[in-house]
Design a protein around this ligand. Sequence first.
Ligand code: GLN
Length: 236
Amino acid sequence: MSDTSSTLRIVWIYPDLLSTYGDQGNALILNRRAQLRGIPTEVVYVYSSDPVPAEGDIYLLGGGEDRPQILAADRLRSDGGLKRAVENGASVFAVCAGYQIIGESYGDDDDNPLPGVGILDIHSGRGESRAVGEIVAQLDPTLGGGRITGFENHQGRSRLGSDAAPLSYTSVGIGNDGQTEGAYQGKVVGTYLHGPALPRNPELADLVLRWRVGTLEPLAPSWGEKLHEERLTAAV
Ligand code: GLN
């Protein structure tokens, strides 16, 4: 958390443009898992007509259709708040369209490359087929190595540059390219996992929280762990 406040500020970027397949659940579950540990929180909804505050702790972006995605990227680039927040040490968890646009470049509906926000070293373009269905992937060992699950629905494919590492390695589904899924660079994470991803993967939710608040006391397993197991079983 920032030095000036003991409240964890979770910032949901552009709910009016980027929020498909229940991705808002990522904000709700981070809030809930922080509160269960007695951490004071605030969830800030930043609409596309609003400036993005640079003083948040964890920034969330969801998925979206091709056109709202372009609008969101343009606004985020001209606003500059998200980039400043990352320079200030904030974490980012971005899903699908959100993942593509925080990269260096992404493709429009004719696959022309457009500039991204530039906080994650990835380049995205359109694939030959649409990737739709369940994903199971093994988290990078340095992030804990457990299995993560989600639902994907995207045309885009992503190529990682040398500053980004794969978030996970795909065993079911496509993700970036059929082999790796998502990317991370410092405390910036992108993924193709909808579901929503963080309620389906409590370990991943706690990883993102820990980056910002430090050590977390364990929580008793609850419905999130049951959902995780149920989705893993359903996908394989
Ligand atoms: N429009 C992007 C694609 O098809 C992202 C889709 C999404 O966010 N689900 O790749």
